[in-house]
Design a protein around this ligand. Sequence first.
Ligand SMILES: C[S@@+](CC[C@H](N)C(=O)[O-])C[C@H]1O[C@@H](n2cnc3c(N)ncnc32)[C@H](O)[C@@H]1O
Ligand code: SF4
Length: 419
Amino acid sequence: MGRLSGVSGMTDQRRSTHAWLTTPLESGTAAGFGVYLHVPFCHHRCGYCDFATEAVGGLAADEREALMQRYVRALEADLAAQAAVGELPTVTSVFIGGGTPTLLPPDELARLVRAVSRELDVADGVEITVECNPETADEELFGVLAEAGVDRLSMGAQSFDPAVLGVLDRLHRPERTAEAVRLARAAGIPRIGLDLIYGTPGEDDASWRASLAAVLTIGVDHVSAYALGVHANTPLGRAVAAGLVPPPDDDVQRERFDEARELLRGAGFVHYEVANFARSDALRSRHNVLYWRHGDYLGVGVGAHAHRDGRRWWTTRSTSRYLDAAEASVADRDARDDMGRMRTVTEEEQLDVDARALERLMLGLRLVEGLHPFDVPPLAVEALDDAVRLGLITMSCGRLQATESGWYLLDETVRRLAA
Ligand SMILES: C[S@@+](CC[C@H](N)C(=O)[O-])C[C@H]1O[C@@H](n2cnc3c(N)ncnc32)[C@H](O)[C@@H]1O
Ligand code: SF4
């Protein structure tokens, strides 16, 4: 079987020998270096969500505050231990995600931001994003975050239809999102993004269109539009499995996506990743682009994932296990490995060259920019021709890019390419 010239049998050794010729500018360490900090706390767990979260709405105020303070101290200790081993690259993006980071007292959240620049070398103009739920927004919070250097908010609007917000178990009313964006801007946070979910049971064409129109009226810099994902381990997943709630309809999801794409592009947004739109290239999420370019990043906190040079690791999703382990490892250095990771609660895997290349293909095809052929696994010419003929990918100007159909069928596209 013929192989695409130039990528067959490419090894890491050859890549480095001809690095100036073959390494695309954006991949690996050139993609930057990120730090992800996870804050698991939420008021309650939304029925569709399978992120690592800890519902604290039922705790008394003093109990909640003590737990959060303990967690922030654990994150600081964990970050310090991971930063203390060897030289790490300069940090180009920080992402504090959740959970609901903005449930933390503002000063605790600001402490986390400061901990990153205390422990690591941070680039001038570093991007610092905090995830925010609209109902947690207030002037004081945003003022403290702006002062600490947070320059980007990613806010979970999800929908502007009260009925859909109800189905999603959200706590805020639609008008709260607009108010939260206004407060954040007034506090001086320069970049604001809103997340939307489409395909929720009870949503119709008109309510989706109205949500998109509301986003445009509010005027934000970034929009993420996600198809509702049904996860088996969630109340929504169980309701769908029991036949109580219909599963999202693929055709409807596609229509909603097409509508979002058309409206947002018509309003001047750049569609840069399957689910992501930015008002300009400069307003893309640098941190998320780093993930899709298969770059390197630290992960700190419950359920956080990290990646360096093909080695991936992730921490327990249990807040209590994480806290116990972090506190024990402050007392006992042997509880850490040579990369500062807590032995008892961290799992890891080493990707071999082929697995890395395959992952790079899977992630890179999500980006509109696609990827460079030298960054993908050795691909059979027949498989490439086939994928082009089926309208799943295009090859132009030295880039391999998924088409819209290729995005819908991404697993299938990658399976065909790697066959
Ligand atoms: C992990 S949440 C954290 C942000 C914040 N707690 C919130 O919910 O607004 C990040 C984003 O993931 C998206 N998300 C979470 N679960 C999802 C699901 N099952 N399907 C689609 N999108 C989902 C939501 O749009 C959400 O804003
Ligand atoms: S969607 Fe957001 S608020 Fe809801 S449980 Fe998940 S992380 Fe928490």
